[in-house]
Design a protein around this ligand. Structure first.
Ligand code: UT7
Length: 362
């Protein structure tokens, strides 16, 4: 008889899966050993947006901190950005080819199939396990946690984790609230099997969600819910919609709480943190969270000034940028925290490894 449907606390419950199904050696950690990022060359400045939308450079800069973002050219899709970022991360890591590719994205090339297998093939990673992870702007943290689990159980030995999004494909270009925030981009890291006490080991994941707030960030059309409602979608339902003010309030609370939980689990005090990389949503959110946690603003990544909110790409892009600029040094204590639609949130920590010089994502 299957164990499905039987509560785990029933007296005759015996899990059908042994506690350690893969015989994984204890202490096998996912260790970051490569990083890379790529943004499409076309820059969209605040002035350019102000020339066609009812907005100003001053409004965008003071309300978001964003000065410019990058946008795809016609013909470029998420996998094109992801392949570039993945290639750079693989170059940075060197060593054997990954056996697994995960793509965190909200804008896959197509609703079906997943985009990760195509990326793996284009990178020459033939027959690698490959799938997409959908957790909106927290996608990268969820994908890292998934990769860490695959490595810990011995299913995977080396994983390429990519966060890539082309928000241009879902944001209404005439929506002044969202068009000014989002940019297109991709970032990637390579994880290998290693020991929990070595630099680069990811640890102390904190993950969470709140589906009661799903309507705060949404593309309403295009899924089975719209099909079930048996009516054609409106123009608005086909585009990305966000209740910005409410999301803002959740973001400051959730990012701080998740980062705090991870710090507590790691036994780190805020003053121990050398580099804090929250999801790059809005510089006011970043500063407010840093202040709340007691982390100096100068230690908080703010790559969004140049690239905007790049969704699932924002954390690895910020890492690639900071690594190239020399802001991240071997041994630095780093906290990663994501927040996004779902709602979802998540954090983890690592000590920055010695992975040599990176390439500028631009
Ligand atoms: O990545 C997923 C997570 N996302 C986030 O964390 C985003 C969180 N939210 C935000 O970053 C901010 O809420 C926004 C940047 C989206 C908006 O900033 P805000 O300070 O919350 O502005 P608001 O929505 O309260 O709007 C204030 C005013 C409104 O006008 P009224 O009603 O006061 O007359 C808006 O219509 O600003 C207006 N407005 C604009 N004005 C000029 C909205 N967008 C613009 C614009 N230019 N682009």
């Amino acid at each position: 008889m299957s164990d499905f449907g039987r509560p785990p606390d029933s007296p005759d419950f015996e899990p059908s899966i042994p506690a350690d199904p893969f015989g994984a050696p204890a202490g096998r950690a996912a260790v970051l050993c490569g990083v890379g990022g790529w943004v499409p060359p076309r820059v969209v400045t605040n002035e350019e947006l102000a020339s066609r939308l009812d907005t100003t450079d001053e409004w965008i800069t003071t309300r978001t901190g964003i000065q410019r973002r990058h946008a795809v050219e016609p013909g470029q899709a998420t996998s094109d950005l992801a392949v570039e970022a993945g290639r750079r991360a693989l170059r940075s890591a060197g060593g054997p080819a990954p056996d697994t590719v995960l793509l965190a994205t909200t804008t896959p090339d197509r609703p079906c199939p997943a985009t990760a297998p195509l990326i793996a093939t284009r990178l020459g990673l033939r027959e690698a396990a490959a799938f997409d992870v959908s957790a909106v702007c927290t996608g990268l943290i969820y994908a890292l946690a998934t990769a860490a689990g695959l490595i810990a159980t011995g299913v995977s030995r080396r994983v390429l984790v990519i966060g890539a999004d082309v928000y241009s494909s879902i944001v209404d270009p005439d929506d002044r609230t969202n068009a000014i925030i989002f940019g297109d981009g991709a970032g990637a890291v390579v994880l290998r099997a290693g020991n929990p006490d070595e630099p680069g080991a990811l640890d102390h994941f904190d993950l969470g969600s709140d589906g009661a707030s799903e309507e705060l960030i949404m593309v309403a059309a295009g899924g089975s819910r719209q099909w079930a409602e048996s009516r054609p979608p409106t123009r608005g339902e086909q585009h990305f919609a966000m209740r910005g003010k409410e999301v803002y309030r959740h973001a400051v609370t959730r990012i701080a709480a998740s980062a705090r939980a991870t710090l507590a689990a790691a036994g780190w005090k805020p003053g121990d943190v050398d580099y804090f990389v929250p999801h790059q949503a809005n510089v006011r959110i970043l500063h407010s969270v840093a202040d709340d946690l007691g982390i100096e603003r100068s230690r908080c990544a703010s790559h969004l000034v140049d690239v905007g909110n790049t969704g699932a790409a924002s954390i690895p892009l910020a890492l690639a940028h900071a690594h190239t600029e020399g802001a991240l040094k071997p041994g630095h204590r780093v906290v990663l925290t994501g927040f996004g639609g779902g709602l979802t949130w998540g954090s983890c920590v690592l000590r920055w490894p010695d992975i040599g010089q990176g390439e500028d994502p631009r």
